[in-house]
Design a protein around this ligand. Structure first.
Ligand SMILES: Cc1cc2nc3c(=O)[nH]c(=O)nc-3n(C[C@H](O)[C@H](O)[C@H](O)COP(=O)(O)O)c2cc1C
Length: 216
C-alpha cells in the first residue's frame, strides 16, 4: 500500500527539525558528503562539511551544484571573495576529523590543521586541499540563485577545473570508490512517519554496486 504525505504527519509535529523540511526526513534521500575548503583573507584555511549537492557534466564542462549554502557562513563569504574552492571527499577513515571542522569553525582558526588534517595547496586554483581525502575537485564559482526569494541559503554552481584522486581509489580492485573505503553519504533523519517517537538521528552510509545496468 502506498502512503501520501502532503502535510506533516502527526507523529512528527514535535520533532526538532533544525530548519529542515519534514519532507527531508520522510524521504531521507541520501546525499554525498564532502568538505568545501577555501582560504580566509589571512591565508588560514576554512572548511565546511556539506552534503546537499549533485554533480553533472556534459560537453560544456563538469559542474557541482551545491543546493543549500548558508549565506552567513564562512564558506560563502570566502568563496565569494576568492572565487574558488576545493570539494574534498573523505572516506570513513578520516570522516570524524572532517566533521570536527564544524567544532573548529572560529574565524581565527586554521580549520584543516585544527581538526587533525593536513592542508596542501590545490594545483589549479588558489584554495587548500585536504590531503587525507581521496578525491579533491578544484572549482571556480560560476553563479548562484535563491531557491526562494529572501532565503538565507543559496543554490550555487561551481565549475570543476581539476580532479585530484588517490590512485588506490581509482582502482576498483584496490580501495575503489565504493563500499567501506569509498564515498560517504549522509542519510538525514530517516524516520517512520506513521510511528515516529523520540529523537531522529543522522547516519553515515556507503554505496554498494548492485549490478551491471546492461543495454538500454
Ligand atoms: C552532515 C552535514 C551536512 C552539512 N551540509 C551542509 C550544506 O550542504 N550546506 C551548508 O551550508 N552547511 C552544511 N552543514 C553545516 C556546516 O558544515 C557547518 O555549519 C559549518 O561549520 C559551516 O562552516 P562555514 O562557517 O565555514 O561555512 C552540514 C553539516 C553536517 C553535519
Amino acid at each position: 500500500m502506498k502512503k501520501e504525505y502532503s502535510a506533516i504527519p502527526p507523529s512528527m509535529t514535535a520533532l526538532e527539525t533544525y530548519g529542515f523540511s519534514w519532507m527531508d526526513f520522510v524521504t531521507a534521500i541520501p546525499s554525498p558528503l564532502f568538505v568545501a575548503t577555501t582560504y580566509k583573507p589571512d591565508g588560514k584555511t576554512n572548511a565546511c562539511l556539506q552534503s546537499w549537492a549533485c554533480f553533472t557534466g556534459n560537453t560544456d564542462g563538469f559542474f557541482a551544484i551545491l543546493s543549500a549554502v548558508y549565506k552567513k557562513g564562512h564558506f560563502y563569504k570566502t568563496l565569494k571573495e576568492t572565487g574558488v574552492c576545493v570539494l574534498n571527499f573523505p572516506s570513513a577513515a578520516c570522516y570524524d576529523r572532517c566533521a570536527a571542522t564544524i567544532r573548529n569553525n572560529q574565524w581565527e582558526a586554521d580549520e584543516i590543521t585544527a581538526s587533525g588534517l593536513t592542508a596542501e595547496a590545490a594545483a589549479e586554483v588558489n584554495a587548500p586541499r585536504i590531503q587525507e581525502c581521496f578525491l579533491a575537485l578544484e572549482c571556480e564559482y560560476r553563479w548562484e540563485k535563491a531557491l526562494i526569494e529572501g532565503s538565507d541559503h543559496t543554490l550555487l554552481c561551481l565549475e570543476v577545473k581539476n580532479i585530484c584522486m588517490d590512485e588506490d581509489h581509482l582502482d576498483e580492485a584496490a580501495r575503489g570508490r565504493y563500499g567501506e573505503t569509498g564515498y560517504l553519504y549522509n542519510v538525514h533523519y530517516p524516520v517512520g512517519p506513521e510511528t515516529f517517537t523520540g529523537k531522529a538521528h543522522d547516519y553515515l552510509a556507503v554505496l554498494k554496486k548492485f549490478r551491471d545496468m546492461g543495454e538500454y
